[in-house]
Design a protein around this ligand. Structure first.
Ligand code: FES
Length: 164
């Protein structure tokens, strides 16, 4: 899901207050609030985490413990473009190693890395569920199948302003 707000927006605190007000007497409120922050903002900033704790009458370490327990929560701003390659067996057989090398060559970073300007990150995932369309990737939250090195060169070129 694409975030709809940024922590740079002047209304971000009001949005966090609105989210927490709806959850005040709900069991698992911190978990639900953190999910809502991920949906709205794409990650959980430290000031937002502290505000959630305050609004839900918890301590920041209590909310931080929830945020770090679940893998899907991000505490850092994601890169502008996230290229998530599939590590599943069908994709490995269908040329994922070559795609990974293309990404590493074009961006100068490996899996788990991000470019210094925060424009690109390369991540990996288990099977993305579209094995018949291997090799598969998630490109900025969109599934893409039968990806080729040429596709990646074009895509990265478009996003860096240096078309292949
Ligand atoms: S192994 Fe890659 S989509 Fe299933």
């Amino acid at each position: 899901m694409h975030p709809t707000m940024s922590y740079d927006d002047p209304g971000w605190e009001d949005e966090v207050r609105r989210i927490c007000a709806e959850l005040e007497k709900v069991e698992s409120a911190p978990l639900l609030a953190l999910h809502a922050l991920m949906d709205r903002f794409g990650y959980i900033s430290e000031p937002a985490l502290v505000l959630v704790a305050d609004l839900l009458h918890l301590t920041a370490p209590q909310v931080f413990a929830v945020a770090t327990y679940y893998h899907e929560f991000r505490l850092e701003k994601p890169a502008d473009n996230v290229l998530m390659l599939c590590r599943g067996p069908a994709c490995r057989v269908q040329g994922m190693v070559g795609l990974r090398k293309t990404m590493e060559r074009l961006l100068g970073i490996g899996v788990g890395g991000r470019t210094p300007d925060n424009k690109f990150a390369i991540e990996s995932s288990g099977c993305l569920g579209i094995c018949p369309h291997a090799p598969a990737m998630m490109i900025d939250h969109e599934l893409a199948g039968r990806v080729t090195s040429e596709d990646l060169e074009r895509l990265i070129g478009e996003r860096t302003g240096t078309p292949a």
